[in-house]
Design a protein around this ligand. Structure first.
Ligand code: SF4
Length: 289
C-alpha cells in the first residue's frame, strides 16, 4: 500500500475525515483563501528556487498573479473577514518582494540531482517495511554554501509563525518523513541530510501604518537531524496508519472538546446532518486515466 504524510496526518486527526476524503473521494466545492494563497505562493517560490539554482532570471510576481487568477477563477473561494482578492494579491506581492531578499541572505541554494536538475518540488516514492511505499513531495533540498551541508527545507505559508521556543519543529512528523525520504533518495550522491527545517511566510493583511507588521518572510529555521529512534518511531506510525486503513478503522475524531478538528472540517454538515450540500466527488483515478 502507498501512503503519504498528508494521508497519515488526516487519519491521525480523524478516521472519518480520512474515509470521506480518500476512500469516498469527496471534497468541498468551496476552497479556503488560505489554501489558494498558499498554492500561488508555493508556485512562485518554487519557480524562483529553480531559477536561482540555475542562475536564470525569474519574475515571481507574474507567476504568482497567473497562479492566483487561475485558482480564483476555477473554484469557489471562502474569504475570511477583512480579506478579498485584492488583499490576497497585495499580500502575495509583498512576499514575492521579500522571499528573494531573505533567500539571498540565507546562503542557501537548491541542491541538484545526478542529472543536474535542482531538487525543488520533487515527488519521491520510497519503500516502507512489508512492501508498503511512502510518497512525498519535498519543497526543496538545499545546500548551505558556507558549510557544504545538505538539508530538507519545507516552505510554509501560515497565518501565525512558530515562536522561537516552540518544540514543534523538533518533533514535526512531516520533517521526519522528509529526512527519511531524502536520505533514501539522495544519500548515495549527496550524503545524508544534515538537518531539516521550515521557512515561514506569514500572511497578514498589509500594514496601514509604518508600525504595523504586514506579511513577512522569515529566515529559514533548521532543527537537528532526526535520530534513528525518531525515524523508527515514524516508520511504526506509518505501519499503524496502514493497519487502520486496511482494517477500515475509520472512527470519528477523539480530540478534546476545545481542541477539535470538527469546527474546521469541510465535511461537518455531511458528518453530522448527512447534508451533502457543497460536497462533490472526485473522479476515480482509474476513470481519469
Ligand atoms: S466533522 Fe469532525 S468527526 Fe466529522 S469528519 Fe469532520 S473532523 Fe471528523
Amino acid at each position: 500500500m502507498r501512503v503519504s504524510c498528508t494521508k497519515a496526518q488526516t487519519i491521525s486527526t480523524c478516521g472519518r475525515l480520512y474515509q470521506l476524503r480518500y476512500e469516498d473521494r469527496l471534497e468541498s466545492l468551496m476552497k479556503s483563501l488560505a489554501l489558494v494563497i498558499g498554492r500561488a505562493i508555493d508556485t512562485a517560490c518554487s519557480g524562483y528556487l529553480l531559477s536561482h539554482a540555475l542562475g536564470a532570471p525569474f519574475d515571481m510576481k507574474s507567476v504568482f498573479d497567473e497562479s492566483l487568477d487561475t485558482l480564483l477563477f476555477k473554484q469557489q473561494v471562502r474569504f475570511p473577514a477583512n480579506w478579498d482578492a485584492d488583499t490576497a494579491r497585495a499580500v502575495g506581492h509583498i512576499m514575492c518582494d521579500r522571499f528573494p531578499e531573505e533567500w539571498e541572505k540565507s546562503h542557501l541554494v537548491a541542491a541538484v540531482d545526478r542529472e543536474g536538475a535542482p531538487i525543488v518540488q520533487r515527488r519521491l516514492v520510497v519503500p516502507l517495511p512489508n512492501g508498503h511505499e511512502l510518497e512525498v513531495v519535498i519543497d526543496v533540498v538545499v545546500m548551505d554554501l558556507l558549510t557544504g551541508e545538505f538539508a530538507v527545507l519545507d516552505l510554509k505559508t501560515t497565518s501565525q509563525g512558530l515562536s522561537p521556543e516552540s518544540p514543534f519543529g523538533y518533533n514535526a512528523f512531516q520533517l521526519t518523513t522528509y529526512q527519511y525520504a531524502a536520505d533514501l533518495a539522495f544519500a548515495a550522491f549527496l550524503g545524508s541530510m544534515s538537518n531539516v527545517g521550515f521557512m515561514e511566510m506569514i500572511k497578514r493583511v498589509p500594514a496601514k501604518t509604518s508600525r504595523g507588521k504586514g506579511p513577512t518572510v522569515e529566515a529559514p529555521r533548521f532543527y537537528p537531524r532526526r535520530s534513528p529512534e525518531q525515524i523508527n518511531e515514524m516508520v511504526r506510525a506509518y505501519l499503524a496508519y496502514i493497519g487502520d486503513i486496511q482494517n477500515r478503522r475509520f472512527h470519528r475524531a477523539i480530540n478534546n472538546a476545545y481542541n477539535n478538528p470538527c469546527d474546521m472540517c469541510d465535511f461537518s454538515r455531511l458528518c453530522v446532518h448527512n447534508d451533502r450540500t457543497g460536497i462533490t466527488q472526485r473522479q476515480s483515478p482509474h476513470k481519469a486515466a
